[in-house]
Design a protein around this ligand. Structure first.
Ligand code: UT7
Length: 331
């Protein structure tokens, strides 16, 4: 089987730690509500760090742990929805910071499914280009940039952070599934800024669609719709990936789900018929860091010695788009 090898991982977590009681000073909420409805106790917020800087720190650690020559990286894919720039890509800025001069570099937007989408792409590059040695996948998010800290239903969920993985080729187990349903695009979105060119005659909001609210650049979500989608998307994506190679879900050692809400993860585990003991969960400390959530959880579990070489992993996510995806690999 053509597979991949996760040669090294790294992560970056901002030092600023905001606990639920801190948020209750900003919006009408409580530690009790947030803990029981989401499983989140704390989140880390960037305090001066940029999105690219967080990603670069995670990338450096991943490269060090992989023990590779940075010049052997042929592609950098940066999954982010909170870039510091419209252009250039964060991937190009990170390429410069780490000196990966032989790498093509671009950003990928699949929201919280971004890391899974990027690993899926990395495998395809490695499979089709024999000259390519390594792909660096980075996920870095500063959700505090787009969080409305007057909206108690969403601001309690999100955190900032980054993680990265150096990926090479192998003959280990690999299967993946990625999907999207744009009919749910209006359920979770953050708009870019308005158009101000001097010849503009239109008085309407810049996005030509009634489904997106006018005005705000902050993240808007229909929590209940996303919740419904998520509880189906996680088991569906994992199952579809497994079915492609006739793999029994019961053979997977660790599920590393997008860390959005503990109740979503518990429902997904139940629907898959898998014990919660097999789920890597760090939502209590990080909240939802979008595309960075899966690789941060993976890196922490690797660093803690929980995930070991040879373990079968299912990385599974969902997010704005609406997107979903799963990759099943042998670590
Ligand atoms: O990466 C993907 C990102 N998004 C998600 O994964 C979000 C998925 N959705 C969710 O996780 C949940 O829908 C939320 C955590 C966002 C909300 O939980 P819920 O159990 O669906 O709560 P709800 O929206 O039904 O609200 C219940 C009540 C409401 O009050 P009333 O109308 O019953 O009086 C809300 O106004 O809780 C209230 N509420 C809060 N109360 C205290 C909403 N947010 C808060 C809050 N603190 N932070």
């Amino acid at each position: 089987m053509f597979g991949i090898d996760i040669l090294g991982t790294g992560s970056y977590t901002p030092a600023m730690r905001v606990v639920n009681d801190d948020l209750s000073k900003v919006v009408e909420t409580s530690d009790e509500w947030i803990s029981t409805r989401t499983g989140i106790k704390a989140r880390h917020l960037a305090d001066g760090e940029s999105t690219w800087k967080m990603g670069a720190e995670a990338a450096k650690e991943a490269i060090k742990n992989a023990g590779i020559d940075v010049l052997d990286i042929g592609v950098i894919i940066d999954a982010t929805i909170t870039s510091d720039f419209y252009t250039p890509s964060v991937a190009c800025v990170i390429q410069n910071e780490i000196g990966a001069w032989n790498a093509a570099a671009y950003d990928l937007n699949a929201a919280c499914s971004g890391f899974v989408y990027a690993v899926d792409a990395a495998k395809r590059y490695l499979q089709t280009d024999p000259d390519l040695k390594y792909v660096l996948v980075v996920s870095n998010e500063m959700l505090s940039r787009i969080t409305d800290f007057t909206d108690r239903s969403s601001c309690i969920l999100f955190g900032d952070g980054a993680a990265a993985a150096v990926i090479g080729r192998s003959e280990k187990l690999f299967t993946s599934y990625i999907g999207a349903d744009g009919r749910g695009a209006h359920s979770l979105y953050a708009k870019s800024h308005k158009v101000f060119h001097p010849f503009r005659t239109s008085q309407t909001d810049e996005i030509d669609s009634g489904d997106f609210a006018a005005g705000t650049v902050f993240l808007i979500q229909d929590g209940k719709e996303v919740y419904k989608f998520a509880t189906k998307a996680l088991p569906t994506a994992a199952q579809k990936a497994a079915d492609k190679i006739g793999l029994d879900i019961g053979e997977i050692d660790w599920f590393i789900p997008h860390q959005a809400n503990i109740r979503i993860i518990e429902t997904a585990a139940k629907n898959l018929g898998v014990s919660m003991d097999k789920f890597i969960v760090n939502i209590e400390e990080h909240g939802n860091t979008s595309s960075a959530s899966i690789p941060i959880a993976m890196h922490e579990a690797v660093a803690a010695g929980k995930i070991k070489r040879g373990d079968k992993l299912c990385l599974v996510g969902f997010g704005a788009g609406l997107t979903m995806g799963a990759v099943i690999i042998e670590y």
